[in-house]
Structures are given as C-alpha cells and as structure tokens.
Design a protein around this ligand. Structure first.
Ligand SMILES: [Fe+2]
Ligand SMILES: [Fe+2]
Length: 291
C-alpha cells in the first residue's frame, strides 16, 4: 500500500503532470502551434477532423462523469485522492479537445449541436453502460469499466491518432502526447487497485465480465462505423501525401500507406489484446462480444 499511496498521490501527480510534462503547454500543445492549413482549407478533411474530435470529447465527458462519480463510492482515501486527480485530468481532456473543435472553426454557440450531430451512437451506448454502474455506486464495476475498458480503448486510439499526426500535425500530436501520459497513469491505477477488490469479491466476476462484453460490443461497432466513414478519405490523404514524409508507424503498420480496413484491424487487435492482458492481471477473463 505504501507504493500505491505514493505512486497515486496528489504530490506525485503534481510533480509528474502539471509541473512535469504539461509545463509550458497551452491547451495541451506548445504556445503558437496551429492546425495545419491542409486541414483547415479542405472541407472533407476539416469535417473528418471535427468528427474524430467529437468522439474524443464524448469519450472524455464520459470519463469525467465516471471518475468524479466514483470518488464518493471509493472504499478508501487513497483511491478517492487518486480519483480526484483523475477527475481534473479528464476535465482537462474535455477542455483541450473542445478547444480543438473551436480551433477547427466550430463556433462556441454550435458546440452542443456539433457534438449531437457527429457523436457516434454506438460510442454513446458504450458510455451509458459504464455510467449506469457509476450511478448505482458500483465501485468495482465502475473502475473496471472506466480504468480498464474505456481507458484501455482511449489509450490505444490516442496512440494511433498520435502516430498518424506526428508528421503532419505537431499541434494535435502534442495535445495527444500529454493525454496519453495521463491515460497511462489512469490505467495503472485500475490495475493496481482493483485486483485485490476482485479477489475479495469473486462473486462479482461474472457480472463485471458481462459489462466488459457489452462495452466491447459497442466499441467494435464504433470502430467499424468510423473506419467505414473514412474509407474514401484515407485514399485521398494517401494520394495527396507529401512524398518526402516519413512512415507513420503504429504497432508495425505504416498508417501513411495502410487502407481503412488494415487500420481497423490493427486497432481492434491492439485494443482487444490490451483488454485480455489487463483483465487477466486483475483476475478477470475477457469475454468476446456476442456476434
Ligand atoms: Fe481522458
Ligand atoms: Fe483517463
């Protein structure tokens, strides 16, 4: 518990996060960095960037609601303290991705309608499954749903977008880099804290695995919607790509050359692989979603 206390304390959060990798950032990126003209001047690319960012805001709003909601049902103070830092992290993620929507030209008065318009309904269902557990003050299920499933997914999605943005959009890549570092901490908490609670409450296993199965089902549908919507655009991006740009490697796949189907496959395999490993570490079995 001593290691747990110091690794997930506010003190270590202060040192590593606001006084560490976020120092001198502005909305997550370096001051003065802008979205590239290639996105701002192309209606299709702009719509795609907006659509992608909307999913990030939807996911982060769910993470904010879940982490803040879990504070008051956490069984011990160290967990409450960690969740308070996580709540601030998630609020920051909501803020910086919302700011990106403004940077892409969304007007403040149009924020909610833009979110409603572009939010993937399957992602909304994914979030609802989690928030239902939080509403019932179910700490163990809530932490598995939030810190293993939602964040395991977010972590891999962010890393993939980061890989594809690094060369062509340093501003967005920087925004994502800080978020990835935050998510790594959140997933670490889930694994560290929840294993012993599952062990103490083995009767909860099947119920929690069912939640994971349901969330995975909605997640995979979200992925397939997103990559199908993207198919033509990916072609377009490849054709207009700077021939001197280097590869954009993610899990052994060059995203600068991969088609939409290959991208979906590599993301799906990565996320499901992560779920299996992390769930096994906390004593749960991964259940594949029903077809
Ligand atoms: Fe987040
Ligand atoms: Fe998070």
């Amino acid at each position: 518990m001593a290691d747990f206390l110091s690794a997930f304390s506010i003190q270590s959060w202060l040192e590593s996060c606001p006084q560490g990798y976020l120092e001198e950032t502005e909305y997550g990126h370096l001051a003065g960095e802008k979205e590239p003209e290639s996105i701002l001047e192309n209606d299709d690319f702009l719509e795609e960037a907006t659509r992608t960012t909307v999913q990030l805001v939807v996911g982060e709003r769910a993470a904010l609601a879940a982490s803040s909601g879990l504070i008051n049902c956490a069984p011990d103070d160290p967990s409450k303290i960690f969740l308070a830092t996580q709540t601030l992290d998630e609020a920051r993620h909501v803020e910086i991705f919302t700011q990106r929507l403004y940077d892409l030209g969304v007007k403040k008065e149009d924020l909610e309608s833009t979110l409603a318009n572009f939010a993937n309904p399957n992602l909304v269902k994914f979030a609802e499954v989690l928030l239902e557990k939080v509403d019932k003050r179910d700490f163990v299920a809530g932490v598995v749903g939030q810190n293993i499933v939602l964040e395991g997914m977010a972590f891999s999605v962010f890393e993939m977008i980061h890989a594809s943005s690094k060369e062509i959009n340093p501003k967005f890549a920087h925004t994502l880099a800080g978020t990835i570092a935050d998510e790594r901490r959140h997933v670490g908490f889930g694994e560290n804290r929840i294993g012993s609670l599952i062990e103490a409450n083995p009767e909860r296993k099947s119920d929690i695995q069912k939640m994971q199965q349901e969330m995975t089902h909605h997640m995979l549908r979200t992925f397939s919607d997103s990559f199908q919507e993207n198919e033509a655009l990916v072609e377009d991006v490849h054709q207009n790509a700077d021939p001197d740009a280097g590869p954009a490697m993610y899990q052994g796949v060059d995203l600068a050359k991969a088609d939409s189907e290959e991208m979906q496959a590599v993301l799906t395999n990565t996320v499901l692989g992560e779920f299996k490993t992390r769930l096994a570490r906390i004593g749960l079995e991964y259940l594949p979603p029903a077809a």
